[in-house]
Design a protein around this ligand. Structure first.
Ligand SMILES: *Cc1c(COP(=O)(O)O)cnc(C)c1O
Length: 353
């Protein structure tokens, strides 16, 4: 099989509209943060019903500034799930805080509020709740604990939860516009919040230039090039989510009788990832699918417990061993979806008997 026949695990949906928008910014001469970034912030705030939006250069920067603005610092504890990428852990460390890992729910793979409650102490200054793989975390159960919750919407932009739209429920919500995310701008991030105080601090900290006083600040600004792309992609968000759900529906039908666990069939799910949980030989699925021309991945490369050498998290460890993420994104053609379905069925027949 030629490498060009491989169906990638992710690919952004970039059209003529994005190309024209970026070209216009380049021709304008204003390529760093300017009018386009301000327009992207206003459009995001309106779209998600937030009072304030602050654009930054990555989801990691968004998390870092949200933590600092909440007042998290040295010696404080921040609770986060261990089944997430290291970006979330890094942001906690950048703020000088201690990460406290929480278990996940075995079906949703999201942070388990009951486990969070057990780990709360007077030192807990924030909880980070990533809405993993496109499925909203149980915000209602997290919000009544009286600790600020940061919603990490990097994977679930545009989804809904019982309580409202993803990104509107916590003290702040962060987004990522990295190339593989729900909407892509190459790199980029945003913080949404209804708090005037938080928004003011974040705006102050993201830009170091021309200040009366000196304090440590960051250079976390977005570029207008990224903002122009982000605006185009945001206008396509509803279509992107509809296409993701359509592909997921095809997978649910095709895989209904196969012997592995399917992701939750939840109307709030935007299927940023379609994560199956193999019952047997989870470690072989990725390699076998690749031999069939489909790039699948472990949806979390390594758990944070593995990186930090912490044991005692059986549900997280089980998910890591068994979860396989197969391609699901708007840039997939129908014939690619057909090929993915055939490949998954073939590998299933070879590995499960
Ligand atoms: C991608 C991601 C991040 C980090 O975003 P970057 O823009 O890559 O810094 C944080 N949290 C989650 C859940 C992510 O998926």
């Amino acid at each position: 099989m030629k490498n060009s026949d491989l169906i990638p695990h992710s690919r952004p949906a970039i059209g003529q509209e994005e190309i024209e928008a970026v070209r216009a910014v380049l021709q304008s001469g204003q390529i760093a943060e300017g009018k386009k970034t301000a327009e992207f912030e206003r459009t995001m705030a309106k779209r998600f019903g937030a009072k304030h939006a602050a654009a930054v250069n990555s989801g990691t920067s968004a998390l870092h500034l949200a933590l600092i603005a909440i007042g998290v610092g040295h010696g404080d504890d921040v609770i986060l799930p261990g089944y997430v990428c290291t970006a979330v852990l890094n942001a906690v460390k950048y703020a000088g805080a201690n990460p406290v890992l929480a278990e996940i729910d075995p079906e949703t793979l999201n942070i388990d509020p009951a486990d969070v409650r057990k780990r709360l102490t007077p030192k807990t200054k924030a909880v980070i709740a990533p809405h993993m793989f496109g499925l909203p975390a149980r915000m209602d159960d997290l919000l009544y604990m009286n600790v600020p919750v940061i919603e990490d919407c990097a994977q679930s932009m545009g989804g809904m939860t019982e309580g409202g739209r993803v990104g509107m429920l916590g003290r702040a919500a962060v987004f990522s516009f990295y190339a593989t995310k729900v909407i892509a701008a190459g790199e980029g991030g945003m913080v949404l919040t209804n708090s005037n105080d938080l928004a003011e601090k974040i705006r102050d900290l993201k830009d170091y230039d021309n200040r009366e006083d000196y304090q440590v600040r960051y250079n976390y600004k977005m570029t207008d090039i990224a903002a122009a792309m982000g605006l185009c992609q945001l206008s396509r968000l509803a279509g992107f989510i509809a296409r993701r759900r359509e592909i997921a529906r095809r997978y649910f039908t095709a895989f209904a009788n196969l012997d592995f666990n399917l992701p939750p069939q939840n109307p709030d799910h935007i299927y940023f990832r379609f994560v199956i949980q193999a019952k047997k030989k989870g470690y072989q699925w990725v390699q076998r699918l690749k031999e069939k021309g489909v790039v699948a991945e472990k949806p979390v490369f390594k758990t944070l417990q593995q990186y930090l050498s912490i044991s005692g998290y059986p549900i997280t460890e089980h998910a890591w061993k068994h979860a396989v993420s197969i391609p699901v994104y708007p840039a997939l053609s129908d014939s690619q979806v057909d090929r993915i379905i055939e490949a998954v069925k073939d590998v299933h027949d070879a590995l499960v008997s």
